[in-house]
Design a protein around this ligand. Structure first.
Ligand code: ZN
Length: 322
């Protein structure tokens, strides 16, 4: 297997067999895949997670931020990206498969860089004992759903296949509408390409399997830079009412965040999980800004609101504080 890959790689580098020489970008992408495939096949998840955290730290420094604390946390792997980077999650030790589980997700759009630190800073506070998970509630963090986009030579919204992961989930109207929406509403913006078919991307497969396995009570997904909170929620009247109550509370506990209805998109996480699975999805769009100052301000303005959401039990409609 590895020998085959080596020949394929040498052929790419050498431009043999009638092929032209690859561009610098093709070459560096191939080298990245090569490195990560070797790590993936080595069967040592710790090494893959350590290398991912090293790349995240390098990205942080490039953005003018201090190092992340990624390497401090005991992440597990729930899947692999197109370029073979691990998709990681942290599960609080007390978490069981429960219907009182909060799933906090960051970094599905690789160029929305200040989303990622919100997940990692939340973990830092939990690890420092500044935030204690109330008994009976579960908590899982997926800090970087699109590592190839966030860690590309230049950060990019889609994954390494050029697919917008937040348009690639299988939803009932995907076949008829995804490419039409892309053409009409997104004017074929390549950053928002939904893919040739739904669930074509390994990242989306892994996220779907994960959600189906853990069945979270709610999902909180962090984006930037639109500055609003949106809720996708379906189900019986009382469930929707409690979900909305939390959304209003989150806005109340945050600065400069409007509660709006942005609309349903074919293939979005909000559509897949919020509408089809009836798991309320809170999409928090942070305001613009990628400087160190903006990153810290986002945590100041929205960190508490996120923690209150994790403390909220949607089943009973109450906050649990210890
Ligand atoms: Zn986004």
């Amino acid at each position: 297997m590895r020998v085959c890959k080596l020949f394929a790689f040498l052929s790419l580098v050498g431009g043999v067999c009638g092929h032209s020489l690859p561009s610098h970008a093709q070459l560096s992408s191939e080298l990245v895949r090569w490195k990560w495939a070797a790590l993936r096949e080595s069967g040592t998840p710790e090494a893959a997670v350590a290398e991912l955290c090293r790349e995240i730290d390098a990205r942080y420094l490039k953005l003018g931020w201090k190092k992340s604390r990624c390497s401090e946390f005991p992440f597990q792997i729930f899947g692999w990206s197109v370029e073979n980077r691990p998709l990681i999650f942290y599960k609080a030790p007390t978490t069981q498969v429960t219907n009182k589980l909060s799933l906090l997700q960051c970094g599905i759009h690789g160029d929305e860089v200040t989303a990622v630190p919100m997940c990692l800073m939340m973990l830092g506070e939990v690890f420092d004992g500044k935030k204690v998970l109330p008994e009976g509630l579960g908590f899982i963090v997926q800090p970087l759903l699109n590592p190839d986009g966030f860690l590309a030579p230049t950060v990019q919204r889609p994954n390494a296949n050029g697919v917008d992961l937040n348009r690639n989930f299988t939803t009932s109207e995907w076949e008829k509408q995804a490419l039409k929406y892309w053409a009409d509403k997104d004017k074929k913006d390549p950053r928002k390409f939904p893919g040739e078919r739904s669930s074509s991307e390994p990242e989306v497969h892994a996220i779907v399997d994960f959600i189906e396995q853990y069945k979270p009570q709610k999902i909180i997904s962090i984006h930037t830079p639109l500055g609003f909170l949106e809720l996708d929620s379906r189900g019986d009247k009382d469930t929707v009412r409690r979900a909305k109550f939390l959304a209003i509370n989150m806005v109340h506990n945050a600065k400069n965040l409007n509660f709006i209805s942005y609309g349903i998109w074919p293939g979005s996480l909000g559509n897949y999980a919020g509408v089809h699975l009836k798991i309320p999805v809170y999409t928090m769009e942070l305001p613009p800004g990628t400087s160190l100052k903006s990153k810290m301000r986002h945590w100041d303005y929205y960190g508490f609101s996120l923690w209150r959401a994790i403390q909220f039990d949607l089943e009973t409609g109450t906050f649990r504080e210890d």
